[in-house]
Write a new protein. Structure first.
Length: 441
DNA sequence: TCTGGGGTCCTAGGACCC
DNA sequence: TCTGGGGTCCTAGGACCC
């Protein structure tokens, strides 16, 4: 049996843990630049606010409905996440951290009362972190996800499911009739892996509920969609096709991209931004002990501004020698952006992606005939040491304490160009000593 | 005025190989 | 008249996830 543990409205719940006055009120957390709602409290959902809905469309609800908006505080959310994951991980032999707010637990061979374990886990996470969770159990990951959806929905919308299924739901505890009822009253689109497009195409064939989906012909659906759909169907029938992956593989791509606070027209300013993004991905690559084989860069104008001329070029350059050296990656990224950005366009977004990643300890032998021989041992050692020092200094004194000059120039006149809006960010209560909460004001 | 930032996997089609 | 057959690799694009 598998469990899926999921924090309810994660980002909002993190904020509420430190500001109880937010409990019971409609709250949203906004994306970078305070652009879109990326988390909503139940009260905010009840106002009809959709996921990723632009802030300018809902800001009127501040006055009209007392909506509270907060800027994303990812440092806080990341720290709260690791606390919650540690507690949850103690309850099962194996844990897969699936995202910032959910994990799968593998209870293979555990014969105890799982719902009881789920309730205990839930209570402990709540007591120790202040985060409310929902727990679903099922014989496959897809069914555990479904059970989690039921647990969450029964708690949020009284009458949708029996209240006994709220917060913690174990499908194995349900009898055949209850299971039927659950399958018939749950939308196919609520199944893990069935997204908007697939849902619409299924509906055309009359497949609307989980029950319909589970009774569809696997071979037919596989032909229409893909092998992923067939796996989903088998998982719905209780045959595991997906295992818990407790040793996550290194990422195959590493990306850093941002929308700007205001449009950028100067190529020089784009170079500075791209330098910053390249520095960031280099750091991430070193963290997972990978080196990149190529650098991909894109810039784009705003598709929402129909009156503007659109220009969204992108390009990739292979590296003669795979590396995670900030200087090389920044240089390559700048070369790319210089070659494709044109003056006069209103660029609103840019990004840098590292691709062809490989482990840094098994870098392939020299591939480029013209790059000369393999890097001398001493040069390689110096490079590793320099990057190690860079990371250590930035770790100790804060991000950007040391950076390459092309990325640092931006700091000097930041605020003038592209500085992200973050009007309502809460303190980083758990990770900055000077932002630690006061017990007594 | 104002529209997120990461990732994964699968498939189709073309280039290329013998 | 009639123009092979089987394979791999790469890329772009689309769908999904949170």
């Amino acid at each position: 049996m598998y469990a899926l543990v999921d924090v309810n409205n994660m980002y909002v719940s993190c904020e509420r843990a430190f500001r109880p006055s937010l409990v019971g009120r409609p709250v949203v957390v906004l994306s970078n630049n305070d652009g879109c709602a990326i988390a909503r409290s139940n009260e905010a959902k009840d106002l009809g606010i959709r996921m990723a809905q632009p802030w300018f469309q809902i800001r009127h609800l501040r006055r009209e409905a007392g909506l509270i908006a907060l800027s994303a505080n990812f440092e806080l959310y990341g720290d709260m996440s690791s606390r919650m994951m540690t507690i949850a991980g103690e309850y099962a032999p194996r844990q897969e951290i699936y995202s910032i707010d959910e994990c799968f637990l593998d209870f293979e061979g555990v014969r105890d009362d799982l719902a009881g374990i789920g309730r205990e886990l839930r209570a402990k996470v709540l007591r120790w972190t202040g985060l409310p969770t929902s727990v679903g159990f099922g014989p496959t990951k897809t069914l555990a996800k479904l059970a989690n959806h039921v647990a969450k929905t029964a708690d949020r919308k009284p009458g949708s499911y029996p209240s006994a299924w709220a917060q913690v739901c174990n499908l194995a505890d349900l009898n055949a009739d209850e299971l039927q009822h659950l399958m018939r009253s749950t939308d196919a689109g609520d199944v893990w892996g069935v997204g908007r497009k697939t849902c619409a195409r299924l509906a055309e064939q009359g497949i609307r509920t989980v029950h319909d989906l589970a009774h569809a012909n696997p071979a037919t659906l596989r032909g229409q969609f893909s092998v992923v759909m067939e796996k989903t169907l088998r998982e719905l029938h209780g045959t595991p096709c997906l295992d818990v992956e407790d040793a996550p593989a290194a990422n195959q791509q590493i990306m850093c991209s941002r929308s700007f606070g205001s449009p950028v027209t100067e190529v020089a300013a784009l170079e500075e931004l791209v330098s910053q993004f390249a520095s960031r991905v280099a750091e991430k690559a070193r963290q997972q002990r990978s080196v990149a084989g190529a650098v991909h860069v894109f810039v784009s104008t705003s598709p929402f501004r129909k009156q503007d001329l659109q220009h969204s070029p992108s390009g990739t350059l292979p590296l003669s020698r795979p590396t995670a050296d900030t200087r090389v990656l920044v240089g390559t990224a700048v070369q790319l952006v210089r070659g494709m950005a044109r003056p006069g366009f209103h660029y609103v977004k840019a990004g840098v992606m590292l691709v062809d990643l490989q482990p840094d300890h098994q870098v392939q032998a020299e591939l480029d005939l013209f790059a000369g021989v393999e890097e001398p041992v001493a040069a390689r050692r110096d490079r590793t040491q320099l990057m190690g020092t860079l990371d250590a200094v930035n770790q100790r004194f804060g991000k950007g304490a040391i950076s390459v000059a092309s990325a640092a120039r931006l700091e000097a006149h930041s605020g003038s160009v592209a500085a992200a809006r973050q009007e309502w960010r809460s303190p980083r209560y758990t990770t900055r000593l000077d932002e630690i909460p006061n017990a007594r004001a």
